[in-house]
Design a protein around this ligand. Structure first.
Ligand SMILES: [Mg+2]
Length: 350
Protein backbone atom coordinates (compact mmCIF):
# COMPACT_ATOMS: atom_id res chain seq x y z
CA UNK A 1 0.00 0.00 0.00
CA UNK A 2 1.38 3.42 -0.86
CA UNK A 3 1.76 6.30 1.55
CA UNK A 4 -1.22 8.36 0.40
CA UNK A 5 -3.59 5.42 0.94
CA UNK A 6 -2.35 5.09 4.52
CA UNK A 7 -2.56 8.82 5.19
CA UNK A 8 -6.08 9.03 3.76
CA UNK A 9 -7.09 5.82 5.52
CA UNK A 10 -5.71 7.11 8.81
CA UNK A 11 -7.37 10.53 8.69
CA UNK A 12 -10.68 9.42 7.16
CA UNK A 13 -10.78 6.33 9.40
CA UNK A 14 -10.53 8.48 12.50
CA UNK A 15 -13.21 10.86 11.26
CA UNK A 16 -15.55 7.97 10.40
CA UNK A 17 -15.12 6.50 13.90
CA UNK A 18 -15.78 9.95 15.38
CA UNK A 19 -18.95 10.34 13.28
CA UNK A 20 -20.21 6.86 14.17
CA UNK A 21 -19.78 7.60 17.87
CA UNK A 22 -21.14 11.17 17.77
CA UNK A 23 -24.84 10.28 18.28
CA UNK A 24 -24.06 8.15 21.34
CA UNK A 25 -21.23 10.08 23.00
CA UNK A 26 -23.37 10.97 26.00
CA UNK A 27 -25.49 7.78 26.17
CA UNK A 28 -25.07 4.87 28.57
CA UNK A 29 -24.85 1.44 26.94
CA UNK A 30 -28.35 0.57 28.20
CA UNK A 31 -29.74 3.61 26.36
CA UNK A 32 -27.75 2.81 23.19
CA UNK A 33 -29.12 -0.74 23.23
CA UNK A 34 -32.67 0.48 23.83
CA UNK A 35 -32.39 2.83 20.83
CA UNK A 36 -30.34 0.82 18.33
CA UNK A 37 -30.88 -2.83 19.36
CA UNK A 38 -28.67 -5.57 20.81
CA UNK A 39 -25.73 -4.89 18.46
CA UNK A 40 -25.78 -1.23 19.36
CA UNK A 41 -25.18 1.56 16.87
CA UNK A 42 -23.79 0.07 13.66
CA UNK A 43 -24.44 2.85 11.17
CA UNK A 44 -24.40 6.63 11.00
CA UNK A 45 -27.34 8.19 12.84
CA UNK A 46 -28.34 11.85 13.20
CA UNK A 47 -26.14 14.07 15.37
CA UNK A 48 -25.80 17.85 15.30
CA UNK A 49 -28.66 18.03 12.80
CA UNK A 50 -27.23 15.77 10.12
CA UNK A 51 -26.01 12.28 9.23
CA UNK A 52 -22.26 11.66 9.36
CA UNK A 53 -21.46 14.68 11.54
CA UNK A 54 -17.91 14.82 12.84
CA UNK A 55 -17.19 16.31 16.29
CA UNK A 56 -14.59 18.51 17.96
CA UNK A 57 -12.17 15.56 17.84
CA UNK A 58 -11.90 15.62 14.04
CA UNK A 59 -11.95 19.43 13.93
CA UNK A 60 -8.94 19.63 16.28
CA UNK A 61 -7.19 16.80 14.44
CA UNK A 62 -7.47 18.82 11.21
CA UNK A 63 -6.05 21.94 12.85
CA UNK A 64 -3.17 19.89 14.27
CA UNK A 65 -2.43 18.76 10.71
CA UNK A 66 -2.59 22.38 9.60
CA UNK A 67 -0.07 23.33 12.29
CA UNK A 68 2.32 20.57 11.22
CA UNK A 69 2.12 21.69 7.58
CA UNK A 70 2.66 25.32 8.52
CA UNK A 71 5.64 24.28 10.63
CA UNK A 72 7.06 22.63 7.54
CA UNK A 73 6.63 25.82 5.51
CA UNK A 74 8.02 27.99 8.30
CA UNK A 75 10.98 25.71 8.92
CA UNK A 76 11.77 25.49 5.21
CA UNK A 77 11.58 29.21 4.56
CA UNK A 78 13.08 30.62 7.75
CA UNK A 79 15.31 27.85 8.98
CA UNK A 80 13.88 27.93 12.47
CA UNK A 81 10.67 26.61 13.88
CA UNK A 82 9.25 25.34 17.17
CA UNK A 83 6.69 22.85 15.90
CA UNK A 84 4.42 22.73 19.00
CA UNK A 85 4.11 26.54 18.97
CA UNK A 86 2.95 26.49 15.34
CA UNK A 87 0.44 23.75 16.22
CA UNK A 88 -0.67 25.97 19.10
CA UNK A 89 -1.42 28.82 16.72
CA UNK A 90 -3.47 26.41 14.59
CA UNK A 91 -5.41 25.19 17.65
CA UNK A 92 -6.17 28.82 18.49
CA UNK A 93 -7.65 29.20 15.00
CA UNK A 94 -9.88 26.24 15.90
CA UNK A 95 -10.82 28.05 19.14
CA UNK A 96 -12.00 31.01 17.07
CA UNK A 97 -14.21 28.72 14.98
CA UNK A 98 -15.91 27.88 18.28
CA UNK A 99 -16.71 31.57 18.86
CA UNK A 100 -14.25 32.08 21.69
CA UNK A 101 -11.65 34.82 21.80
CA UNK A 102 -8.09 33.78 22.57
CA UNK A 103 -5.93 35.93 24.83
CA UNK A 104 -3.30 35.96 22.07
CA UNK A 105 -3.79 37.56 18.70
CA UNK A 106 -4.41 34.92 16.06
CA UNK A 107 -3.91 35.07 12.30
CA UNK A 108 -6.89 33.76 10.36
CA UNK A 109 -5.07 33.09 7.08
CA UNK A 110 -4.63 29.81 5.21
CA UNK A 111 -7.45 27.86 3.61
CA UNK A 112 -8.56 25.57 6.45
CA UNK A 113 -10.01 28.21 8.75
CA UNK A 114 -11.98 29.62 5.79
CA UNK A 115 -13.99 26.38 5.58
CA UNK A 116 -17.30 27.57 7.00
CA UNK A 117 -18.44 24.05 7.89
CA UNK A 118 -15.68 23.94 10.51
CA UNK A 119 -17.25 26.92 12.30
CA UNK A 120 -19.61 24.82 14.34
CA UNK A 121 -19.62 23.72 17.97
CA UNK A 122 -19.62 19.97 18.40
CA UNK A 123 -19.52 19.61 22.18
CA UNK A 124 -15.95 20.92 22.46
CA UNK A 125 -14.10 19.69 25.56
CA UNK A 126 -13.96 22.22 28.38
CA UNK A 127 -10.33 21.41 29.14
CA UNK A 128 -9.19 22.27 25.63
CA UNK A 129 -11.34 25.37 25.39
CA UNK A 130 -10.28 26.74 28.78
CA UNK A 131 -6.59 26.01 28.27
CA UNK A 132 -6.56 27.60 24.82
CA UNK A 133 -8.53 30.64 26.02
CA UNK A 134 -5.96 31.16 28.78
CA UNK A 135 -2.89 30.91 26.49
CA UNK A 136 -1.01 34.19 26.65
CA UNK A 137 1.49 33.24 23.95
CA UNK A 138 2.23 30.48 21.45
CA UNK A 139 3.83 27.54 23.22
CA UNK A 140 2.26 28.47 26.57
CA UNK A 141 1.86 25.29 28.61
CA UNK A 142 -1.44 24.53 30.28
CA UNK A 143 -1.53 25.01 34.03
CA UNK A 144 -4.30 22.47 34.63
CA UNK A 145 -3.81 18.89 35.83
CA UNK A 146 -6.10 17.27 33.28
CA UNK A 147 -5.60 13.87 31.72
CA UNK A 148 -8.77 14.05 29.66
CA UNK A 149 -8.61 12.52 26.19
CA UNK A 150 -8.62 15.93 24.48
CA UNK A 151 -4.92 15.74 23.63
CA UNK A 152 -4.77 12.17 22.36
CA UNK A 153 -7.85 12.58 20.15
CA UNK A 154 -6.23 15.24 17.97
CA UNK A 155 -2.61 14.14 17.44
CA UNK A 156 -2.86 11.44 14.74
CA UNK A 157 -1.40 13.67 11.96
CA UNK A 158 1.90 13.82 13.92
CA UNK A 159 2.43 10.22 12.74
CA UNK A 160 3.23 11.41 9.21
CA UNK A 161 6.03 13.79 10.19
CA UNK A 162 9.34 13.29 11.97
CA UNK A 163 9.49 13.22 15.78
CA UNK A 164 5.91 11.98 16.12
CA UNK A 165 6.18 11.16 19.81
CA UNK A 166 7.64 14.52 20.80
CA UNK A 167 5.38 16.63 18.61
CA UNK A 168 2.28 14.82 19.88
CA UNK A 169 3.28 14.89 23.55
CA UNK A 170 4.48 18.51 23.44
CA UNK A 171 1.42 19.75 21.57
CA UNK A 172 -0.78 17.74 23.94
CA UNK A 173 0.94 19.49 26.85
CA UNK A 174 -0.49 22.80 25.57
CA UNK A 175 -3.92 21.83 26.89
CA UNK A 176 -3.36 18.94 29.29
CA UNK A 177 -1.04 19.32 32.26
CA UNK A 178 -1.21 15.80 33.71
CA UNK A 179 1.60 13.60 32.31
CA UNK A 180 -0.82 10.82 31.39
CA UNK A 181 -2.80 13.30 29.28
CA UNK A 182 0.12 14.16 27.02
CA UNK A 183 2.34 11.06 27.27
CA UNK A 184 -0.56 8.88 26.06
CA UNK A 185 -0.85 11.24 23.09
CA UNK A 186 2.85 10.73 22.36
CA UNK A 187 2.53 6.95 22.54
CA UNK A 188 -0.50 6.95 20.24
CA UNK A 189 1.26 9.01 17.56
CA UNK A 190 4.37 6.82 17.83
CA UNK A 191 2.32 3.64 17.34
CA UNK A 192 0.67 5.16 14.26
CA UNK A 193 4.04 6.26 12.91
CA UNK A 194 5.50 2.75 13.17
CA UNK A 195 2.60 1.41 11.13
CA UNK A 196 2.85 4.20 8.54
CA UNK A 197 6.63 4.06 8.15
CA UNK A 198 7.48 0.39 8.56
CA UNK A 199 4.22 -1.37 7.79
CA UNK A 200 4.42 -2.88 11.27
CA UNK A 201 1.46 -4.90 12.45
CA UNK A 202 -0.50 -3.09 15.15
CA UNK A 203 0.57 -5.55 17.80
CA UNK A 204 4.24 -5.19 16.87
CA UNK A 205 3.95 -1.40 16.72
CA UNK A 206 2.46 -1.31 20.23
CA UNK A 207 5.08 -3.58 21.79
CA UNK A 208 7.96 -1.73 20.11
CA UNK A 209 6.52 1.62 21.12
CA UNK A 210 6.24 0.43 24.74
CA UNK A 211 9.87 -0.73 24.64
CA UNK A 212 11.02 2.71 23.50
CA UNK A 213 8.67 4.97 25.47
CA UNK A 214 6.87 2.84 28.07
CA UNK A 215 9.36 3.44 30.86
CA UNK A 216 9.51 7.21 30.58
CA UNK A 217 8.31 9.15 33.63
CA UNK A 218 4.60 9.89 33.36
CA UNK A 219 3.87 6.82 31.24
CA UNK A 220 2.96 4.49 34.14
CA UNK A 221 -0.83 4.64 33.88
CA UNK A 222 -0.87 4.44 30.11
CA UNK A 223 1.58 1.53 29.97
CA UNK A 224 -0.39 -0.42 32.59
CA UNK A 225 -3.70 -0.12 30.77
CA UNK A 226 -2.25 -0.75 27.29
CA UNK A 227 -0.51 -3.87 28.65
CA UNK A 228 -3.83 -4.98 30.12
CA UNK A 229 -5.64 -4.85 26.77
CA UNK A 230 -2.66 -6.48 25.01
CA UNK A 231 -3.07 -9.34 27.49
CA UNK A 232 -6.80 -9.49 26.68
CA UNK A 233 -5.88 -9.73 22.99
CA UNK A 234 -3.36 -12.53 23.57
CA UNK A 235 -5.98 -14.41 25.61
CA UNK A 236 -8.58 -14.04 22.85
CA UNK A 237 -10.77 -11.91 25.12
CA UNK A 238 -12.89 -9.74 22.84
CA UNK A 239 -14.41 -6.34 23.64
CA UNK A 240 -18.12 -6.16 24.46
CA UNK A 241 -19.93 -3.06 25.75
CA UNK A 242 -19.91 -4.43 29.30
CA UNK A 243 -16.23 -5.41 29.18
CA UNK A 244 -15.28 -2.00 27.76
CA UNK A 245 -17.15 -0.31 30.61
CA UNK A 246 -14.98 -2.32 33.00
CA UNK A 247 -11.81 -0.96 31.37
CA UNK A 248 -13.19 2.57 31.68
CA UNK A 249 -15.23 5.26 30.02
CA UNK A 250 -12.52 6.61 27.76
CA UNK A 251 -13.02 10.15 29.05
CA UNK A 252 -9.41 10.08 30.23
CA UNK A 253 -6.42 9.55 27.99
CA UNK A 254 -5.14 6.12 29.02
CA UNK A 255 -8.64 4.62 28.92
CA UNK A 256 -9.43 6.10 25.52
CA UNK A 257 -6.16 4.74 24.11
CA UNK A 258 -6.60 1.29 25.67
CA UNK A 259 -10.20 0.94 24.44
CA UNK A 260 -9.26 2.08 20.94
CA UNK A 261 -6.29 -0.30 20.84
CA UNK A 262 -8.29 -3.26 22.15
CA UNK A 263 -11.03 -2.77 19.56
CA UNK A 264 -8.51 -2.30 16.73
CA UNK A 265 -6.39 -5.33 17.75
CA UNK A 266 -9.39 -7.66 17.84
CA UNK A 267 -11.15 -6.24 14.75
CA UNK A 268 -12.09 -8.62 11.96
CA UNK A 269 -12.51 -5.58 9.66
CA UNK A 270 -12.43 -1.79 9.84
CA UNK A 271 -16.19 -1.81 10.31
CA UNK A 272 -16.14 -4.40 13.09
CA UNK A 273 -13.44 -2.52 15.01
CA UNK A 274 -15.07 0.91 14.99
CA UNK A 275 -18.52 -0.50 15.79
CA UNK A 276 -17.04 -2.19 18.86
CA UNK A 277 -15.21 1.00 19.79
CA UNK A 278 -18.31 3.22 19.97
CA UNK A 279 -20.73 0.86 21.75
CA UNK A 280 -20.20 1.43 25.47
CA UNK A 281 -21.24 3.92 28.14
CA UNK A 282 -18.25 6.21 27.76
CA UNK A 283 -16.74 8.70 25.29
CA UNK A 284 -17.82 6.93 22.12
CA UNK A 285 -16.71 9.47 19.52
CA UNK A 286 -13.16 9.67 20.86
CA UNK A 287 -12.70 5.90 21.25
CA UNK A 288 -14.25 5.44 17.80
CA UNK A 289 -11.81 7.98 16.37
CA UNK A 290 -8.79 6.31 17.99
CA UNK A 291 -9.77 2.84 16.72
CA UNK A 292 -10.58 4.35 13.31
CA UNK A 293 -7.15 5.98 13.02
CA UNK A 294 -5.40 2.74 14.01
CA UNK A 295 -7.40 0.61 11.55
CA UNK A 296 -7.42 3.13 8.70
CA UNK A 297 -3.66 3.59 8.75
CA UNK A 298 -3.17 -0.19 8.68
CA UNK A 299 -5.65 -1.12 5.98
CA UNK A 300 -5.94 2.11 4.00
CA UNK A 301 -8.93 4.01 2.73
CA UNK A 302 -10.14 0.96 0.74
CA UNK A 303 -11.07 -0.78 3.99
CA UNK A 304 -13.54 1.94 5.01
CA UNK A 305 -17.12 1.16 3.92
CA UNK A 306 -18.31 3.41 1.07
CA UNK A 307 -21.64 4.00 2.80
CA UNK A 308 -19.74 5.82 5.54
CA UNK A 309 -17.30 7.70 3.33
CA UNK A 310 -20.14 8.93 1.11
CA UNK A 311 -21.98 10.56 4.01
CA UNK A 312 -19.01 11.71 6.06
CA UNK A 313 -19.09 15.42 6.79
CA UNK A 314 -15.99 17.32 5.59
CA UNK A 315 -14.77 14.32 3.58
CA UNK A 316 -13.34 16.62 0.90
CA UNK A 317 -11.52 18.77 3.47
CA UNK A 318 -10.04 15.71 5.17
CA UNK A 319 -8.88 14.27 1.83
CA UNK A 320 -7.33 17.60 0.84
CA UNK A 321 -5.37 17.71 4.11
CA UNK A 322 -4.20 14.11 3.55
CA UNK A 323 -3.00 14.99 0.03
CA UNK A 324 -1.14 18.05 1.33
CA UNK A 325 0.59 15.92 3.99
CA UNK A 326 1.69 13.48 1.30
CA UNK A 327 3.29 16.32 -0.72
CA UNK A 328 5.75 17.34 1.98
CA UNK A 329 8.84 15.30 2.86
CA UNK A 330 8.34 13.26 6.03
CA UNK A 331 11.65 14.39 7.51
CA UNK A 332 12.09 17.99 6.55
CA UNK A 333 15.36 19.32 7.77
CA UNK A 334 14.05 22.62 9.03
CA UNK A 335 15.65 24.71 6.29
CA UNK A 336 16.18 24.69 2.57
CA UNK A 337 14.70 21.78 0.73
CA UNK A 338 12.33 21.84 -2.18
CA UNK A 339 10.20 24.95 -2.30
CA UNK A 340 6.53 24.19 -2.87
CA UNK A 341 4.70 27.41 -3.76
CA UNK A 342 1.22 25.93 -3.57
CA UNK A 343 1.76 24.47 -0.12
CA UNK A 344 3.13 27.83 1.07
CA UNK A 345 -0.04 29.60 -0.07
CA UNK A 346 -2.27 27.05 1.64
CA UNK A 347 -0.19 26.95 4.85
CA UNK A 348 1.45 30.35 5.39
CA UNK A 349 4.48 30.05 7.61
CA UNK A 350 4.10 33.41 9.28
MG1 LIG B 1 -16.02 14.87 20.49
Amino acid sequence: MNRIERIKGGLLGGAVGDALGAPVEFLEWSAIRATFGARGIADFAPAYGRIGAITDDTQMMLFTAEGLLRAYVRGSSRGICHVPSVIHHALLRWLMTQDYSPATSVTLNGWLVQERDLWSRRAPGHTCVNALKASSRFGFLSENNSKGCGAIMRVAPCAFFGNAFDNAAESGRLTHGHPTGYMAAGLFADILQRIADRQDSLEHAITESLVEHGHKPGMEETRALVERVLFFFYEGYRPTPERIDEVGGGWIAEEALAIGIWCALTATSFEDGVINAVNHSGDSDSTGLIAGHLLGIQYGVEAIPDRWLERLELRGVIEAVAEDIERVPRDYSGYGGEFDAEIEVRYPGD
